[in-house]
Design a protein around this ligand. Structure first.
Ligand code: HAM
Length: 417
């Protein structure tokens, strides 16, 4: 074969795409119950938006962006995540005017030049929520609750959130200094990446995958002991709400998110059976981002989640069953000269039902087998002009005769029983 999908991308074929549709439709229903409306932003944005929004020193911006120049020499980037784009749209369209909190959802592809492996792709899909305009800890709890209950609604039960605080510009400079002071004596033993992180953002060292670095971090001071009063109270209120709703969580003071915009609450939900790439979703509060991107000071909070990983986790849980969507009716061309009347019959039935039929002149037996394989609820056998149609319900021992005029009503009546 000559062409292949580019490395790190994948085709979602019909054997899989029905699972994606189920995920997306449960996402829409759940988001509607929580009051989040859809936003669709462009696939590419000015590069500067992401550099500024996500942070120059993050892996995403420094190593992973698909950046290109258009024909006029403008630097554009395929979006690596949704939050910066949503904030850009929020500011551009003055969505923050008025008293309401703006609650938005999205379900769309993202692009990161990462080393592909199971659960990690260069084009991947995210569902996400962003709530802009409130610092109320109820919002943080709502977004975490949404994530847990959306996963549960799909069939992944017993997920708990890992919870931490990223602090705020009042408390993090002191904490960073404290961390540097504590880690300085062992700095030479850390990997090269951690030594760079030490200078730029020492909390990122917690994110290192190197087991030796993790050992060296044992006993390092916890951000949760270094929060300012406001961050501490806010964090306590988020936890109290989660307790009240009954959302399970564990505190993870070493959790560091890979994007720079976070303040206060940060969280992730993991599904351990996925292996190395087991973060189903991640998010948190980003109270400074709207202002950073040119808007009025607006507190905000959100979450995003990789759809490929979610589908993998649901497969692991057996949550889809074997039930690919089946046609209501399979139309069988019988012994007589009925191929052309089947075209007319299919057209009529398709006004009300999902109908499959044979296009290849196969034998009656083969067509029956095909109807069974597809899981069609009804089989209609057409034995040629003038003759009655035989309508049979698979596996129910129910069979009646019908005419071209009556067949749709006969099926509809049986369905309504
Ligand atoms: P993130 O942690 O970079 O956060 O990504 C969120 C989720 O997207 C991850 O937990 C993972 O499920 C999925 N994901 C990330 N990279 C890949 C990849 N290369 N292949 C497959 N799945 C991937 C964000 O993107 C933030 N925008 C979250 C947020 C929203 N914070 C506030 N609002």
């Amino acid at each position: 074969m000559k062409y292949k999908a580019p490395r790190g991308t994948q085709d979602v074929l019909p054997v899989e795409s029905w699972k994606w549709q189920r995920v997306e439709s449960v996402f829409r229903e759940t988001a509607a119950r929580f009051g989040y409306e859809e936003i669709r932003t462009p696939v590419f944005e000015e590069t500067e938006l992401f550099a500024r929004g996500i942070g120059d020193t993050t892996d995403i911006v420094s190593k992973e962006m698909y950046t290109f120049e258009d024909r006029k020499g403008r630097s554009l980037t395929l979006r690596p995540e949704g939050t910066a784009s949503v904030v850009r749209a929020f500011v551009q369209h003055g969505m923050g005017r008025g008293a309401r909190v703006t609650k938005l959802r999205y379900f769309c592809p993202m692009f990161r030049y990462e080393r592909p492996q199971a659960g990690r792709y260069r084009q991947f899909w995210q569902w996400g929520l962003e709530a802009l305009g409130s610092s109320n800890p109820a919002i943080d709890a709502e977004i975490i609750h949404f994530s847990v209950s959306f996963f549960a609604g799909l069939g992944i039960r017993n997920t708990g959130a890992k919870l931490n605080s990223a602090g705020c510009p009042t408390c993090t400079p002191d904490y960073n200094e404290l961390l540097r002071r504590e880690l300085a004596p062992k700095l030479g033993e850390f990997c090269q990446d951690c030594q760079t992180r030490y200078e730029r953002n020492p909390r990122r060292m917690f994110d290192c995958k190197n087991p030796h670095c993790q050992e060296l971090l044992d006993g390092a001071p916890s951000i949760l002991d270094a929060l300012c009063d406001e961050c501490r109270d806010h964090f306590a209120a988020v936890r109290a709400h989660l307790d009240a709703i009954g959302v399970p969580y564990t505190l993870d003071p070493k959790m560091a998110r890979g994007l720079d915009y976070y303040t206060k609450t940060i969280f992730e939900i993991h599904y351990e059976k996925l292996g190395a790439q087991n973060a189903l979703c991640g998010g948190g509060r980003y109270d400074g981002l709207v202002e950073e991107l040119g808007g009025a000071s607006t507190p905000a909070c959100g979450v995003s989640s990789g759809v490929e990983r979610l589908v993998m986790a649901l497969e692991e849980e057996g949550a889809f069953g074997e039930n690919a969507p089946a046609p209501d009716v399979y139309l069988v061309a019988g012994e007589g000269d009925c191929a052309s009347s089947n075209v007319e019959l299919a057209a009529r039935l398709r006004e009300r039902f999902a109908v499959e039929m044979d296009y290849q002149g196969r034998s009656l037996n083969k067509q029956m087998q095909e109807a069974g394989k597809l899981g069609a609820r009804f089989v209609v056998v057409n034995n040629g002009p003038g003759g009655p149609l035989r309508v049979r319900e698979s596996g129910a021992g129910w069979e009646v005769e019908a005419t071209l005029e009556s067949v749709a009503d006969v099926i509809a009546a049986r369905m309504a029983e």
